[in-house]
Design a protein around this ligand. Structure first.
Ligand code: NDP
Ligand code: MG
Length: 384
């Protein structure tokens, strides 16, 4: 009997894609890769298809399709990506980036597939609708973000009423110790060098501004149905402890591990079972020092917005996410200063006042409007 789990990997050519493929490669007897997508990187996509003999293949941006040399047929375009996510399987992994992951992930759960989600922007923008749909379809939404995987593992479902608060740790990014006066001169090439994790450019800039942690506060509030005042952030540069759950009796459960996305991915794909990944062993005796700090909100004002937008949880997170994506893109293209990323998001949040979205299309509308406002703001005020 074939007990292998069938996996579809959206965003196979990215950093989450790479960690997922490492996990699948090590465990070929446990997993079948039945679908993959990439956006532009047709060279790597072809290699992946040939290595894993993946039957369903999508390149979401058609422009490089001619260079495809994988052995199985290629489908192109965003609609093919959505169709891919609907193919019946055990788990769809979403390693897509930004709001591009919204429709495919929603298609996956609507079709009855479990979803292992790294793409936090989707949950930030449409978390409530996703959680409702997952209940309706009886599918699991399994967190891949390391902090959320930590909380997921420490949460005892029968003890949820005794939960006091949770702590999300933050590495603090590359500029943790840089004097604030130097922030305005930060260049893209420095912002994408993360001290702990090797990740895609967008999330690396988010880590540098600590907007990543703001997104994670929102992500946690959605995934675990926790109010914002029950979410604490602690800066922990070594990033060995990923998250803590504090119970009212004073007991605290923490999740530790070396920073490697293979572990949260394995938790998500195997839950509630665990498998042997044969990784380097972590010994507390060999770790000389673990440090913790309060976040510096003057240097990282974006972090505070994570709590603030949860006062209007239906639409403010959408605006925050959309304007941040626009601001990060403009920063990476050298059009705006590093410190203006926060200013653009803050001003867009104050400018937009949409009504409460009822469905995914409403969310996309608010997202589009916020992007337009953020772009106009950049042109009017922040262009370098
Ligand atoms: P990458 O930039 O490394 O990879 C993104 C992937 O999505 C690539 O496969 C890329 O294809 C594809 N892609 C890019 N743009 C589009 C688009 N418009 N439509 C469809 N597909 C697209 O990102 P990461 O892997 O670092 O991050 C992915 C998600 O996971 C993000 O939401 C991030 O916040 C989250 N995350 C990442 C972590 C990490 O360790 N990297 C940790 C926790 C969360 P191509 O390569 O062909 O361009
Ligand atoms: Mg994280």
């Amino acid at each position: 009997m074939n007990n292998k789990k069938n996996i579809i990997l959206l965003g196979a050519t990215g950093s989450i894609g790479e960690s997922s493929l490492r996990l699948l490669r090590k465990n070929k007897e446990k997993f079948n890769l039945v679908g993959v997508s990439a956006h532009n990187n047709v060279e790597l996509l072809s290699k992946i298809v040939n290595e894993f003999d993946v039957p369903n293949v999508v390149l979401s941006d058609p422009k490089n399709a001619k260079s495809y040399y994988g052995k199985n047929e290629l489908y192109v375009g965003h609609s093919s990506l959505i169709e891919l996510a609907k193919i019946k399987c055990d788990v769809v992994i979403s390693g897509l980036i930004g709001i591009s992951g919204l429709y495919p992930a929603f298609a996956a759960i609507s079709a009855g597939n479990n979803l292992a989600i790294a793409n936090k922007e989707t949950l930030v923008s449409a978390g409530k609708i996703f959680m409702k749909k997952s209940l309706e379809k009886k599918v699991k939404i399994l967190p891949v973000d390391s902090e959320h995987s930590a909380i997921f593992q420490c949460l005892e479902k029968n003890n949820i009423t005794n939960l006091d608060f949770i702590t999300l740790t933050a590495s603090g990014g590359p500029f943790l110790n840089m004097p604030i006066e130097k922030f305005k001169n930060i260049k893209p090439k420095d912002a994408i060098k993360h001290p702990v994790w090797k990740m895609g450019q967008k999330i690396s800039v988010d880590s540098a501004t600590m907007f990543n942690k703001a997104l994670e506060i929102i992500e946690a509030s959605v995934l675990f149905n926790i109010e914002s005042d029950k979410i604490e952030v602690a800066v922990h540069p070594e990033h060995i402890i990923h998250g803590l759950v504090h119970y009212k009796d004073g007991s605290i459960l923490a999740n530790l591990g070396f920073p490697d996305m293979i572990t949260p991915l394995s938790v998500a794909l195997n839950w509630p079972a665990r498998i042997d990944l044969n990784l380097k062993k972590l010994s507390l005796n060999k770790i000389s020092n673990l440090s913790f700090f309060e976040p510096d909100f003057k240097k990282f004002p974006g972090l505070k917005l994570g709590w603030e937008v949860l006062q209007n949880p239906d639409y403010s997170p959408i605006i925050l996410n959309a304007s941040n994506e626009i601001a990060v893109d403009a920063f990476l293209k050298n059009k705006v200063k590093f410190t203006d990323i926060y200013n653009i998001v803050y001003e867009t949040l104050n400018f937009c006042n949409p009504s409460v979205p009822q469905n995914i299309d409403d969310i996309i509308e608010i997202d589009k409007l916020s992007r337009m406002n953020a772009l106009n703001l950049i042109k009017r005020k922040f262009y370098k």
